[in-house]
Design a protein around this ligand. Sequence first.
Ligand code: H79
Length: 432
Amino acid sequence: MTLLPAKTAGDTDWFVHDRFGMFIHWGLYALPARHEWVKSNERIDTETYAKYFKHFDPDLYDPEVWASAAAEAGMKYFVVTTKHHEGFTLFDSALTDYKATNTPARRDLLRPMVDSFRKRDMRVGFYHSLLDWHHPHYTLDAHHPMRDNADYAAKEGAKDITKYAEYLHGQTRELLTNYGQVDILWYDFSVGRTNRFEGKGKDVWQSEKLIAMVRSLQPNIILNDRLEIDQDVKTPEQYQPRDWVRVNGNPVVWEACQTFSGSWGYHRDESSWKSVTMLLQMLVDSVSKGGNLLLNVGPTGRGEFDQRALDRLHGMGRWMRRHGRSIYGCTQAPPEFKTPQDCRLTYNPTTKRLYVHVFAWPFRHLHLDGFGGQVEYAQLLNDASEIRMLESIPEESYGQMTPAAKEKSLLTLELPIHQPDQDIPVIELFLR
Ligand code: H79
């Protein structure tokens, strides 16, 4: 049997089918272009940071181009930063002046994005930061840009964090009321306490009340875990979990979020960009453990995906066109199929096909433990060319195999000497 997480309040059926989404981090930090945490990392005060607001002018912004790049890469949903920790909103919120509408962009940048992605049948997700380094009532914590500023700290007494919570609830209401159906709400994140500072979690955010409002406005929405109350999805950040993510021992719906290069916001000078192959391997690795991949793009201050991002999206799309069948609707393989060395297995329980993703091409033969007698036909997925099979068990005894015999049975695939010219070659196994 394949693992199946218990049902939660939101609708995750489409989500676990679609498997691959685009994260978009776009805000004022695209201008400094050296990490979306720049305000905190460099302890920049709000007066100094104002230059990015003043000069935010994405004249080349065309969400049609973004949406088609995502669709061609094989992505089926997107999640965009409606507000990141800097506090700036891409949407035209009635609750703040610190929004795209008041920059040289002069408009709500979220709405046309939602329209463009929806038009391509992609699901819509909103990221919304719980941290806010601009709001006057957001108190100091271990991440706040002004954490080392004594003059700033002296005025903390005048703050009322419940006013911030009210603002958070209010903007959530706006987002879930004014943009049609929203499929995902991705809050980020609850702050741990340190020796110097209190943390911020479900009490400060008033998470229970917030979740109740979210569910009343968008009953099917998928909510992540970062309000400090687990909901529909767990979200490991910038790492691949060892195994299917579990809570109290039970498998849950999960989604890894990963970057191309380390920073989420546009970073001009980073040189740690992952290759197309590595990114595809992350996607396959996630699905092989029953999870999704949300892969991030940080558009520039002009409003474009830069060439490095476009190259990778294009490369992934080239592979996805031929190999999407091993991703969509797929999950972890049943446990009796042992994963061979340097491979990942994905499995489609509806079509009963198993996919062997070969990360390192072996020496002519691929030995599959526990597969004997169970595969009817094998082919390379990219070109549907037959892969010949050598069985350790004679064909006439397939029907009488005991579970123990099955476990010991061996199937050997005879592969071409040279790796097919695919980023990850995939062998499709039709189970009996
Ligand atoms: O929005 C993206 C990140 O900005 C945000 N979550 C993703 C989706 C995020 N990044 N880090 N965190 C949340 C957790 C905090 C990590 C920290 Fe650090 C480690 C804060 C200080 C040390 C990373 C490294 C940020 C600054 C230095």
